[in-house]
Write a protein that binds this ligand. Structure first.
Ligand SMILES: Nc1nc2c(ncn2[C@@H]2O[C@H](COP(=O)(O)OP(=O)(O)OP(=O)(O)O)[C@@H](O)[C@H]2O)c(=O)[nH]1
Ligand SMILES: [Mg+2]
Length: 421
C-alpha cells in the first residue's frame, strides 16, 4: 500500500521549489508582463511553445522542466489516489482488533502476552530470550534479598549464621548487575551451591510460608531457587516455562501485533503499578476489547506500592473504574481471575474470611467446615471474588466474561485464548 511519503518520493517535490532565482544570470530582460520566477516572458514562452509543438498549450515549470496540463492532471490524480489509499489503509487498521491488557501490578498481564507469543507469535525473539535469560539470574538475587529483608522485618529468624553469610555472599555477587545489562549474566557453580543451601534451610522455608507478608512479591519466582543447579549448568537453555515464571515489572506500554487465524490483533501490555496507571487513558480511544487480569491468589497480600491496601481490594476498585470509564462503557471486558494454582494452595492455610470478613462461612462453629469445603472446591471460593469484581461494574448490560486462569500454564491458556480472540 503506497504511503503518503512514498507517493511524494515518486512524484517529486512541489514544482515551486525547483524554480531558478528571479535574478539568475542570462535572463531575458522583461519585455511584456514577466511570468514570475520563470526566467522567460509570456510572449517568449508562447513563441517557444509554438515552436516546439505548433500549438498554444499551457506549460508550467517543474523540477524536471515543464509539465503539460494533462501531465499535471495525471500527477494530481496519482496524489489523490495515494491519499485515498492511505485513508483506506488507516480505516482498515482502525478496524483491526485492538485489545488492552489491564490490571494491577504483578497480576499476570505480561505472562498472558508471553503465552500469546508462544502460541501465536512463533515464540520469543533472540533479543527477548537474552533479556529473559538475564532476568532469571536477577530474579534469583531478588528472591534471596527479599528473604533476607523479610527475616529482618518479620518474626522468622534464621538461626544458622552460615546461611546468613551465604545469603550476603550471593547478594554481594549480584550487586552492580542490572536488568538492562547487555552482557550475558551467568551463575557460577559456587554461587549456585550457596543458593541451593539457602533454599534448603528450614528457617528459610518457614519464612516462605509467610511470603504473603513480604514487601516484594516473590511467591511466583521463588521456584527459581529450587532450580538453581539447573541454571548453573553451562549447557542450560531456558525453556518457555522458565520464561513464564520470570517477574519483571512492565515500565512502558508496548504494542504487539499477532496474527490469529489471519486476523492481525493488536495487544497493548501496560504497567499495572499505581504510578503507571495514569498512562493508560490515551489508549482508551479506539479499543475493541479489554482483558482485565486480576490475581485472586493475592487476597492475603498488600500492595507493594502501598502496604495499607489489600491487593484484591485494589484490583476490584481498578476493575470498577475501567468498566465505568466514560470511554470504555460499551467495551466488552474479559476478566481473568488469575493465579488459580496459587489460590488453590493458599486457601488451604490462609482462610479468605480473615481478609474478607463478608466471605460466606465466617461464623465461628462452622468456620472449619466451610474452610474444608473450600479446599475441596476452590472454584466455588473463586466465584466469591468473581461476584465482587462484577459488582464493581455499574454499566447495565455490560459484557463481562470471567475465566479462572493460570497464565503460566500454556495448555489451559490455549483454550482460553481461543475463546477471547
Ligand atoms: N503461579 C502463577 N504465577 C503466575 C501466574 N500468572 C503470572 N504469574 C507470575 O506472576 C509474576 C508477575 O507476572 P507478570 O505477568 O509480570 O505481571 P504483570 O501484571 O505484567 O505485572 P506489571 O508489569 O508489574 O504490571 C511472574 O513471576 C509470573 O510468572 C499464574 O497463573 N500462576
Ligand atoms: Mg507486565
Amino acid at each position: 500500500m503506497p504511503s503518503l511519503a512514498n507517493s511524494y518520493a515518486v512524484l517529486g517535490p512541489p514544482c515551486a521549489h525547483a524554480l531558478p532565482p528571479p535574478d539568475a544570470p542570462g535572463r531575458t530582460p522583461p519585455v511584456g508582463r514577466p511570468i514570475v520566477h520563470l526566467g522567460v516572458t509570456a510572449p517568449r514562452l508562447s513563441a517557444l511553445v509554438a515552436a516546439l509543438h505548433g500549438s498554444r498549450r499551457q506549460w508550467r515549470p517543474c523540477a524536471s522542466g515543464f509539465l503539460s496540463e494533462s501531465e499535471l492532471r495525471k500527477r494530481s490524480h496519482a496524489i489523490e489516489k495515494a491519499i485515498a489509499a492511505e485513508k483506506d489503509a488507516l480505516a482498515l487498521r482502525r478496524k483491526e482488533p485492538r485489545i488492552l491488557i489491564l490490571g494491577s501490578g504483578d497480576s499476570g498481564k505480561t505472562t498472558f502476552l508471553k503465552q500469546l507469543k508462544i502460541l501465536h507469535g512463533g515464540g520469543f525473539s533472540e533479543e527477548e530470550r537474552q533479556m529473559y535469560r538475564n532476568q532469571i539470574y536477577l530474579n534469583i538475587a531478588d528472591c534471596v534479598l527479599a528473604i533476607m529483608e523479610a527475616t529482618l522485618q518479620l518474626d522468622c529468624t534464621i538461626k544458622n549464621q552460615e546461611i546468613i553469610s551465604k545469603m550476603e555472599t550471593i547478594v554481594v555477587y549480584y550487586q552492580g548487575h542490572s536488568a538492562d545489562s547487555h552482557t550475558q549474566l551467568t551463575i557460577p557453580h559456587s554461587i549456585a551451591e550457596l543458593v541451593r543451601d539457602v533454599w534448603a534451610d528450614e528457617d528459610v522455608q518457614s519464612a516462605m510460608k509467610m511470603s504473603n507478608k513480604f514487601a516484594v512479591p516473590i511467591q511466583d519466582t521463588a521456584a527459581f531457587l529450587g532450580n538453581v543447579m539447573r541454571f548453573a549448568n553451562p549447557e542450560y537453555v531456558p525453556t518457555n516455562e522458565d520464561f513464564l515464571q520470570i517477574r519483571h515489572p512492565t515500565m512502558q506500554i508496548s504494542e504487539t501485533i499477532l496474527k490469529i487465524q489471519d486476523v492481525p490483533f493488536h495487544f497493548f501490555d501496560v504497567g499495572g503499578q499505581v504510578k503507571h496507571r495514569k498512562l493508560w487513558t490515551p489508549y482508551f480511544d479506539n479499543v475493541h476489547n479489554i482483558v482485565f487480569v486480576a490475581s485472586i491468589s493475592s487476597y492475603n497480600q498488600q500492595l507493594e506500592e502501598d502496604p495499607a491496601v489489600n491487593r484484591v481490594v485494589d484490583a476490584i476498585e481498578l476493575f470498577g473504574s475501567i468498566c465505568n470509564h466514560p470511554l470504555l462503557k460499551h467495551i466488552p471486558v474479559v476478566l481473568f481471575l488469575n493465579k488459580l494454582d496459587l489460590f488453590k494452595q493458599k486457601i488451604e492455610t490462609s482462610p479468605i474470611e480473615q481478609f474478607f470478613p463478608e466471605y460466606p462461612g465466617n461464623f465461628a462453629p462452622l468456620a472449619m467446615a466451610a474452610c474444608a469445603e473450600n479446599i475441596a472446591n476452590p472454584k466455588k471460593a473463586a466465584k466469591f471474588f468473581e461476584r465482587k469484581f462484577k459488582a464493581a461494574n455499574e454499566v447495565p448490560d455490560k459484557s463481562i466474561h470471567a475465566h479462572l486462569t493460570c497464565c503460566t500454564d500454556t495448555r489451559t491458556m490455549q483454550t482460553i485464548i481461543r475463546s477471547v480472540t
